[in-house]
Write a protein that binds this ligand. Structure first.
Ligand SMILES: Cc1cc2nc3c(=O)[nH]c(=O)nc-3n(C[C@H](O)[C@H](O)[C@H](O)COP(=O)(O)O)c2cc1C
Length: 417
């Protein structure tokens, strides 16, 4: 993979991993990126997961040799931007191979090295902070603090010669680099799942780097981003501001015996007939994190679930907790509940969502008693009508908690005024 004449890709592809960070399914595996910067001094940007140390060291040696460097040539620096084990796992293996190299990292990363590995770098360690620079000869690297994107020790690095931002985990995605897939869906699922809670930190960073000329983004996961850098910056700006990316409806549901599922299918059809973009997720069977990403992507969310031991069915409870943990905000939500003797799931879901700010609720809720009745079908049609309108109309009136619909008085007040 060509990056620039003097920046070489030396990362690895992990096809064996099933769950990234112990919970995110990665059917296309995961890439642990690393880069070699060839200048008067040579720098390596981050290491890789420990299992891939041999392959990584071989990649470094291959690129040094292809660049015409002598067999005893050693990198001068290893720059540790992030201490998660998928990037820090081979640091000490690197130092065995290249014992003269200095290790550059933030003060917090140095403390983590001690915690992870029980030792430190001694005189080989160099601490850098926001704004510090490192000259490699023809180029100067500048370090930017990127605290809580998504760990506290993270730094990013800007190369002023090739105009490259080494962005640590930001702008990354799930999937190896030898599998072709689109950046957006897996980058969104990665961002919302892993970084989503830290929107304020991302906004701070975007402002900090807004004056830099960036031609290339080298993330620690996913492809090197070269064309249309503004597109990726724009996506990060939207995601980190918690604004919906698109108009549309996410339906997230659970169902034990199939009746709630039937109601969801009815609602999906009604919405499709009305030309509304809709995605449906079975929270017990589908990837929960794809559902979470869609809940943030669209401006409207319908939650449909069964009452379970006087509360909310477990998968739905977990789903809502994932949303509120990540700062779910400013969307319109509607409920479909089911119960055979005392349905309380809608009340339970609403209580769980109380942690989320600026949520508007649809006027109508659907209460199913075991199986879908004719009245329920009418309720579902009403809900589809309401879901045709996006959440912005009435919610612009601060006292109105309803979704905008033609029947809402607020809507008429806005039109009249
Ligand atoms: C373990 C268990 C606990 C339940 N707890 C309640 C409950 O507290 N209140 C209630 O009304 N129904 C309860 N139900 C019944 C289901 O919510 C109800 O049958 C519902 O219609 C199932 O919808 P489904 O066909 O989509 O699975 C429970 C069912 C199970 C299996």
């Amino acid at each position: 993979m060509f990056i620039t004449n003097t920046i070489k890709y030396i990362g690895v592809n992990d096809h064996h991993i099933d769950l990234f960070e112990g919970q995110y399914p990665v059917p296309n595996g995961m890439a642990y990126n690393s880069y070699l910067i060839l200048d008067e001094k040579i720098a390596v940007m981050d290491s890789v997961e420990a299992c891939f140390a041999d392959e990584w060291i071989a990649n470094i040696r291959r690129e040094l040799s292809e660049a015409g460097r002598s067999a005893d040539c050693q990198p001068d620096y290893l720059i540790v931007q992030h201490m998660e084990p998928d990037h820090s796992g081979s640091i000490f293996r690197f130092l065995e191979e290249f014992p003269r190299a200095k290790v550059i990292a933030s003060a917090r990363a140095m403390a983590m090295v001690r915690n992870f590995f029980g030792c430190d770098f001694g005189a080989q360690g160099v601490i850098v902070k926001e704004g510090d620079t490192l000259s490699l000869g023809n180029r100067t690297l500048t370090f930017y603090g990127a605290t809580m994107i998504h760990w506290p020790e993270v730094i990013m690095t800007y190369d002023d010669q090739d105009k490259v931002l080494f962005s640590a985990d930001a702008f990354g995605k799930f999937g190896t680099l030898d599998v072709e897939d689109e950046w957006l869906p897996e980058a969104r699922r990665y961002y919302i799942g892993i970084v989503g809670k830290f929107g304020v930190s991302v906004q701070t960073l975007l402002k900090k780097i807004s004056g830099l000329e960036i031609r290339t983004i080298c993330s620690l996961h996913g492809p090197v981003l070269k064309d249309n850098i503004g597109y990726y910056m724009d996506k990060y700006n939207v995601w980190s501001s918690y604004e919906p990316e698109e108009e549309g409806v996410t339906i997230a549901y659970t169902s034990m015996y199939g009746n709630t599922k039937l109601a969801v299918e009815e609602l999906e059809n009604e919405l499709l007939e009305r030309g509304v973009k809709v995605v449906v997720h079975d929270l017990a069977r589908d990837d929960m994190f794809a559902a979470i990403a869609d809940a943030f992507r669209f401006d409207r969310l319908i939650l449909a679930t069964t009452t379970y031991n006087g509360g909310v069915f477990p998968f739905m409870r977990t789903f809502i907790e994932h949303l509120t943990d990540r700062g779910f905000f400013g969307r319109t939500v509607g409920f479909i509940e089911n119960g055979s003797w005392s349905p309380v799931a809608a009340r339970g879901m609403r209580a769980l969502l109380e942690k989320a700010k600026n949520i508007g609720y649809t006027e109508s809720e659907v209460r199913i008693l075991s199986s879908v009745s004719d009245e329920n079908l009418r309720g579902i049609r009403d809900m589809a009508e309401v879901c045709m309108y996006n959440s912005r109309g009435c919610m612009s009136m601060p006292w109105c908690k309803r979704v905008s619909s033609l029947r809402c008085k607020c809507m008429w007040m806005i039109i009249i005024s």
